[in-house]
Ligand binder design. Structure first.
Ligand code: ARG
Length: 462
């Protein structure tokens, strides 16, 4: 059979060339978008009297049958037909005859593929937002259960100041909620209907682009036909959004790996999300967290690959652009696997609050609070900093913590010390006195958790 696109070619491509440039092995996943787009296009062609109404009906019912048959697994695609667009069209023509040949009137595969990928990404962005929404719910739940779970806060991975586990996980709540917002923003620019751009210079047919836009649920239509077929910004943006999301997952995974080590012992990952070792019988490894961390690299890679592919392309369509799909599909698949695994892993982990607290007692994390206490008694901060520095050195020598020193010992460093110093260096106090908005105090965190609950019930994350 002569190929649909071989108007002026007399020699058939050899099978290896067909295999090389065919995209059906990966773009077949857009069959639904392709068919719905064609149905809308055919309906509009009929309404506009560009093709006969009866033929338009025939095309539409033919396409609906093909969609059903694909979903039942009854159709196998042909590599020789190159891509999903030509596969669907040739199956249609085989089934309904001459009318099928009218479907492509006023359309090019260039605007067709731009339409399909936009529709596909719109669906996936929404699905990913649902997965993020679930993760946010679990984070908020963990926070709610741990508003008084004291743990060390780190800088340079050294004990710095005490925080709570709630404060720590709510930092991630902020990151993942921005990831969700970023996807919504990207959705807006993806939600533009390119059909009508034709190959690059639009078409002489009197298309009703707005009708197609409305039927397919788009917000607006592209304003320039050359841009309509050349623009892949929205694919780059999707990849960027997914890269940042993976970065956040990866940072948290790194912490889970650390926290589940014997040295930290802050958490225990459920057996369902851990693995053993083939040689060391005692081992329980945080493989899922490591794998998510590892998969982050490939998502970044897809972003760089597409940006690099696009950077030298003259307007308008070039076949290079076919390379947009495998990368973004892989990034989507990766994110859609990682998110539920991660969410479930968090949801089922055990928090070891005692270990967090005893670790928070190490490293004089209340030293800033002790200095602040002296400042409140009238000492200039620089002086207080140096007095407490001296006390810390003394403690290290004696193998003690700040809270273990007697009042006499304190007084030997400054006559300003009274019994009140002990309350001010109590770790729980150190946390809860940080009442400023954005801080770790239980008082403030409780309000954040309540607000998060309201947000999770609203529209923002859906
Ligand atoms: N498979 C192609 C792609 O993914 C469809 C567009 C082909 N257009 C063309 N003029 N060769 O980009």
């Amino acid at each position: 059979m002569k190929k649909l696109s071989n108007g002026r070619l007399s020699v058939e491509a050899d099978s290896f060339t067909d295999h090389f440039h065919s995209s059906i092995s990966f773009d077949s996943r857009m069959y639904r978008e392709d068919i719905l787009g064609s149905i809308a296009h055919a309906r509009m062609l009929g309404k506009q009297n560009i093709i006969d109404k009866a033929e338009a009906e025939l095309i539409i019912s033919g396409l609906e049958d093909i969609l059903r048959d694909i979903e039942k697994g009854k159709i196998s695609f042909d590599e020789k037909a190159e891509d999903i667009h030509m596969n669907v069209e040739s199956i249609l023509t085989e089934r309904i005859g001459a009318a099928g040949k009218r479907l492509h009137t006023g359309r090019s595969r260039n605007d067709q593929v731009a339409l399909d990928i936009r529709m596909y990404l719109k669906t996936k962005i929404k699905e990913i937002k649902v997965l993020i929404h679930r993760l946010l719910g679990v984070l908020n739940k963990i926070a709610e259960e741990n508003t008084e779970t004291i743990m060390p806060g780190f800088t340079h991975l050294q004990n710095a100041q005490p925080v709570t586990l709630a404060h720590h996980v709510l930092a991630y709540f902020e990151m993942f909620s921005r990831d969700s917002d970023r996807l919504s923003d990207c959705f807006k620019r993806t939600n533009v209907m390119p059909l009508g751009s034709g190959a690059l210079a639009a078409t002489t047919y009197n298309l009703d682009r707005e009708a197609v836009m409305a039927e397919l649920g788009f917000d607006s239509i592209t304003r320039n036909s050359m841009d309509g077929v050349s623009d892949r910004d929205f694919v780059c943006e999707t990849l960027f959004c997914l890269s940042v999301l993976m970065m956040h997952l990866s940072r948290f995974c790194e912490e889970l790996v650390l926290w589940s080590s014997r040295q930290f012992g802050f958490i225990e990952i459920s057996d369902a999300y851990a693995t053993g070792s083939s040689i060391m019988p005692q081992k329980k490894n945080p493989d899922m967290a490591e794998l998510i961390r590892g998969k982050t690299g490939r998502v970044y890679g897809e972003l760089m690959a597409l940006m690099t592919t696009l950077k030298g392309l003259p307007l308008a369509y070039n076949k290079d652009m076919q390379e947009d799909k495998e990368g973004v599909f892989d990034a989507i698949d990766t994110v859609m696997m990682c998110l539920p695994v991660f969410t479930n892993m968090l949801d089922t982990m055990t928090v070891n609050g005692d270990r967090m607290l005893s670790s928070a007692r190490l490293g004089f994390m209340n030293a800033t609070d002790a200095a602040d206490w002296l400042v409140k008694q009238g000492m200039p901060f620089r002086e207080a900093h140096s007095v407490i520095g001296g006390i810390v050195m003394y403690c290290i020598e004696k193998g003690k913590n700040l809270e273990d020193l007697s009042l006499e010992e304190y007084k030997s460093f400054s006559s300003l010390f009274t019994n009140d110093i002990y309350e001010s260096i109590d770790l729980r106090e150190c946390v809860n006195r940080r009442r400023v908005k954005g801080g770790p105090s239980k008082e403030y965190i409780d309000t954040v958790i309540a607000e998060n609950k309201r947000l999770l019930e609203g529209e923002r994350f859906l």
